[in-house]
Structures are given as structure tokens and as C-alpha cells.
Write a protein that binds this ligand. Structure first.
Ligand SMILES: Cc1ncc(COP(=O)(O)O)c(C=O)c1O
Length: 517
């Protein structure tokens, strides 16, 4: 006789009923299981990988500074028919009929974003942080170069220019300068790195941190800005453990007639939660602010542009100027994330993220690990692993073997290549979401030291020390994984999801419908 086929949703409801817990049913959990069941009917492997990713994230400490754990409500907001809808344009000015409901979603998301950040205008369509930056660049070019050129030629739009005028407009648009934080100092590759289109769109210049203390030197930035005279002065980083003085950056921009653009992708949640105030909050100072919504802000994967009224119409042309149709289901999830971030508990969260990063930095220093700038005042801790005798790449791999997930990172003026590096970037957004505090940061620092102190370079084929291969002592690995298990056992991610149940139903077989409850 064949095994009776059991629907995972029915099995879950039966199990709840027999344990008398039906009243306490969590709709998000049922929706999660139902979504997996529905997916598994078409592509069991996708459901299996989704559950295996949960298992992976339960078993590994997530110290990736750019990642977090979004709420199940945020995740579930994306699992619906809104993905089917084309809605190019903006609310009430669409290129397609039938967008009333998308209008309502986008209007609400924009209003919540403005309320959360105190911004004049929000554009919630960018598919990612990189897309938000490209939209911002083109909006600034449109406002400051294209529109004045069209006016100078006495036309109403680019369509009214003759070929020579159009060629001149294109020459001017393609001949502008960008001054941003250098990639090797912690800037992002969309800020003018040669591997990225931003360096091809602009004559891109980079400012670095100081060799003396790895901090931004505003006097030096001002000197460089006076020399370069950029159209855009860009502030923001992917790997820099300190706050930025945006008042000073705006003064520099004003002095050279530049637009101040801030990419707060990494620290948007710290701004939203009020942990970055005064001169450290970019909104009152920047003309245009871009961000991701999935890092410290803890929302769905996506981007956002905030701007002053001067740039609003130009930013709103992001689709179709630069980007394809918006993702209405993700805009809905962004609205949820902004709403969650407006809750008082998010303020506490943002403060805790920074407190934890400070505790982690101090504990790492006490363990003898090299901490860039001797501390942090945001969510990041950048380790220089040179004194441990390994490269960033070896450190990253050694930690991951012991179930600590982090990423290698170049440190300023790094002697190693970007693929090898001498640093590790650690971040506290995810572990703070799990509820960890200062004691756990000390434990994490001890785990890191236990692994790195027992790791050495492997040997290349010609017998030289490798910068890529590593060897970690077995006993140190065993000790570290034991400590990781003990720590994560107390702070499971998505504790409402029963991993054993999900694995039984979605990972046991290629055909999950064949698995029994
Ligand atoms: C400062 C900064 N800007 C932009 C991005 C790009 O974001 P996304 O990966 O969503 O395109 C990142 C990503 O890490 C970032 O750190």
C-alpha cells in the first residue's frame, strides 16, 4: 500500500488541534507553510531550498553587516498577485490602465517613508540600492544639466531639440564629475568604481579616509572638492564604522556648488530609529538621499529615494527613464517595513544595534583582534586580521566553517587584492533582531578569537604560504561550533517556525506531497 499523502497545512492544523493550541494559531505560520506547500506542488526543489535556507540561518551566526531578518508579515506581503501588475509611471500618471490599487499602495508607501524620515518627497520604486543610485544620478543630471540646457535652447523638452542641440545636450550630460568615497576606503562600487557604470557615466573622483586614523578628513575632502568642482558630492559607505557629519558635507557641497547626495543604504535603520540625530541625520542636509530597505531598515530587498522638492519631478521619472516597471508587491512590503519602523520598538532596536556594535568592538579589542578606528559608532565593526597572520579571505572561510557568517572586506590602503583583502566586516543588525545583547557580543568576540587564533595559512602547490587556503585546528573548530550551537539555541531565528516539521515535509523527498506528517 502506498503511503497516504498528507498536506503539510492539514498536518500542521491537526498537530495544533491535538495539542489543544488551535486558539493560539499564528496566521503568519500557516501562511508560510501554505506558501511552501503551494510552491512545492510546482517545484519541490524551490520549497526545499527555502527550508534549507532557514536551517542554514538557524545554524549560523549572521554577522553580515548588510543583512537582517525581515518580519514574516513583510515577507508575506510579497506573496500575491500584485506581482502580475504593470504600473510604469507614478501614482495617477501611469502608462497602463487599471492601476488604482497599485496607486493606493504606492501612495501609502511614499507617505509612510516621508513620515518615517521627515523627507519632502519619497520614491519607492527602485528595485535595489544600486538602482536607487542610478535613478538619483539621472535625476540630478536631469535637474541640473538637462533641463537648463533644454531651456537655454528654447525648447519644451528633449523632443524639441534639433540634432546639433541634442548632441550638445548629450555632451554636457556625459561630461560631469562625481566626488565620492573611494571604494578602498569603504565606499560602494556604485559610487564611481571603475567596474561599475557610475564610473563610465561620470568623471569619477574618490576621497579617501586618512592614513593616520582611517577616519574621514573633512578639510581634505573640502580641498579636493574645490579642486574637482563636482556636480555631485556623494557621502555614504558600505564599510566605515563611524558616523558622517552631514552638516559639514553640505557646507562643502554649497561651497563648490555641488548637489549633496547621501547613500544611507547601510544606516537607514539607524536614521529611522532616531539613533543618528542632528548632524548625523542626512535628511535635513542632503538634496537627494538613497537607501536600500533590507539592511538596518529590516524590510524587503529593495531601494528608496528621498529628495527635496527641487528634485521630486526628476526622481519620479525613474521609471521608465532608468528602470523597468515597479514591483507593486515589493512596494507593499516596503510600506509594511516603514510602518514597522514607525513603532516605538524600532527606536529601541536601532539603539541596541549600535550598543551591540560598541560592545562587540570592545570585546574584540580585549581579545587582541585588530579593530579599525579602535571602535565604532554605527552597526559595523571592521577587523584588520593581519595581526592574526591570515588574509580576510582565509578569516571569512575559517569562520564560516565554524558556522559564523561574515564577509571579507578591504581595509583602507589594503595591501591585498579586493578578492583577498586584509579585513573582515562584522555587523550587528541581524543578531540584534534575534534579541542578543552585550553579553552575547562578548561571547561572539571570544568565538571569533578562538577560531582566528587557531587558523593559519595553508600552503600553495609550490610550497609557499597561501593567501586563500587556510587550516584551522580541529579542537578549536569543535569548541567554536559548540559555542555557536549554545548561543543560537537561545536565540533562534523565526522561532515560530517549526524547522523539524518543515524539513520533514519539504526536504525529505523530491515530492513533498509524498511525505507524511
Ligand atoms: C552603500 C550601498 N549602496 C548601495 C548598495 C547596493 O544595494 P543593492 O545590493 O540593493 O543594489 C549597497 C549594497 O551593499 C551599499 O552598501
Amino acid at each position: 500500500m502506498s503511503t497516504p499523502r498528507t498536506s503539510p497545512v492539514s498536518a500542521y492544523l491537526d498537530a495544533c488541534q491535538s495539542s489543544g493550541g488551535l486558539e493560539k494559531l499564528d496566521p503568519s505560520v500557516i501562511a508560510y507553510i501554505a506558501a511552501l506547500e503551494s510552491v512545492a506542488r510546482v517545484a519541490p526543489g524551490i520549497a526545499r531550498s527555502t527550508v534549507q535556507e532557514l536551517a542554514d540561518q538557524r545554524a549560523n551566526i549572521k554577522l553580515i553587516a548588510s543583512e537582517n531578518y525581515s518580519s514574516l508579515s513583510t515577507q508575506l506581503a510579497m506573496a500575491n498577485l500584485l506581482t502580475d501588475k504593470y504600473a510604469e509611471g507614478i501614482s495617477r500618471k501611469r502608462y497602463y490602465a487599471g492601476c488604482d490599487n497599485v496607486d493606493a499602495i504606492e501612495d501609502f508607501a511614499c507617505a509612510q517613508a516621508c513620515k518615517l524620515f521627515g523627507a519632502d518627497h519619497a520614491y519607492v520604486q527602485p528595485h535595489s540600492g544600486a538602482d536607487a543610485n542610478i535613478i538619483a544620478f539621472w535625476a540630478i543630471l536631469s535637474a541640473r544639466v538637462e533641463t537648463p540646457t533644454i531651456q537655454e535652447f528654447g525648447a519644451k523638452s528633449a523632443m524639441g531639440l534639433d540634432d546639433a542641440q541634442w548632441a550638445e545636450l548629450r555632451r554636457r550630460v556625459g561630461n560631469q564629475r562625481l566626488l565620492a568615497m573611494d571604494f578602498s576606503s569603504g565606499g560602494h562600487l556604485t559610487h564611481g568604481y571603475r567596474m561599475n557604470v557610475s564610473a563610465k557615466m561620470f568623471e569619477a573622483h574618490g576621497y579617501t579616509v586618512s592614513r593616520k586614523d582611517s577616519l574621514l578628513d573633512y578639510d581634505e575632502i573640502e580641498k579636493q572638492a574645490l579642486d574637482v568642482k563636482p556636480l555631485i558630492l556623494l557621502a555614504g559607505y558600505s564599510a566605515y564604522p563611524r558616523r558622517i557629519d552631514f552638516e559639514r558635507m553640505r557646507a562643502i557641497a554649497d561651497k563648490v556648488g555641488a548637489v549633496l547626495m547621501v547613500d544611507m543604504a547601510h544606516f537607514a535603520g539607524l536614521v529611522a530609529g532616531g539613533a543618528f540625530e542632528g548632524v548625523h541625520n542626512p535628511i535635513p542636509y542632503a538634496h537627494v538621499v538613497t537607501t536600500t530597505t533590507h539592511k538596518t531598515l529590516r524590510g524587503p530587498r529593495g531601494g528608496l529615494v528621498l529628495c527635496t522638492d527641487e528634485f521630486a519631478d526628476h526622481v519620479d521619472r525613474g521609471c521608465p527613464m532608468v528602470q523597468g516597471g515597479p514591483l507593486p508587491h515589493v512596494m507593499g512590503a516596503k510600506a509594511l517595513c516603514f510602518t514597522e519602523a514607525l513603532e516605538p520598538s524600532f527606536k529601541t532596536y536601532a539603539g541596541n544595534v549600535i550598543d551591540n556594535a560598541r560592545s562587540l568592538a570592545e570585546a574584540c579589542m580585549s581579545e587582541g583582534l585588530g579593530v579599525l578606528t579602535n571602535g565604532t559608532d554605527n552597526h559595523q565593526v571592521i577587523l584588520d586580521v593581519t595581526n592574526q597572520g591570515v588574509s580576510g579571505r582565509q578569516a571569512e572561510a575559517a569562520l564560516r566553517e565554524c558556522r559564523v557568517t561574515s564577509n571579507r572586506n578591504a581595509i583602507p590602503f589594503d595591501k591585498n587584492s579586493p578578492l583577498v583583502t586584509s579585513g573582515l566586516r562584522l555587523g550587528t543588525p541581524a543578531v540584534t533582531t534575534l534579541g542578543m545583547g552585550s553579553a552575547e557580543m562578548k561571547e561572539i568576540a571570544a568565538i571569533l578569537k578562538g577560531i582566528l587564533g587557531a587558523t593559519e595559512p595553508g600552503v600553495t602547490r609550490d610550497g609557499k604560504p597561501s593567501k586563500i587556503e587556510h587550516v584551522t585546528a580541529d579542537d578549536a573548530q569543535l569548541a567554536a561550533t559548540g559555542r555557536v550551537d549554545a548561543l543560537l539555541g537561545r536565540f533562534p531565528v523565526y522561532p515560530e517556525l517549526d524547522l523539524d516539521f518543515l524539513e520533514r515535509h519539504f526536504c525529505a523527498s523530491d515530492d513533498p506531497a509524498a511525505a507524511t506528517g
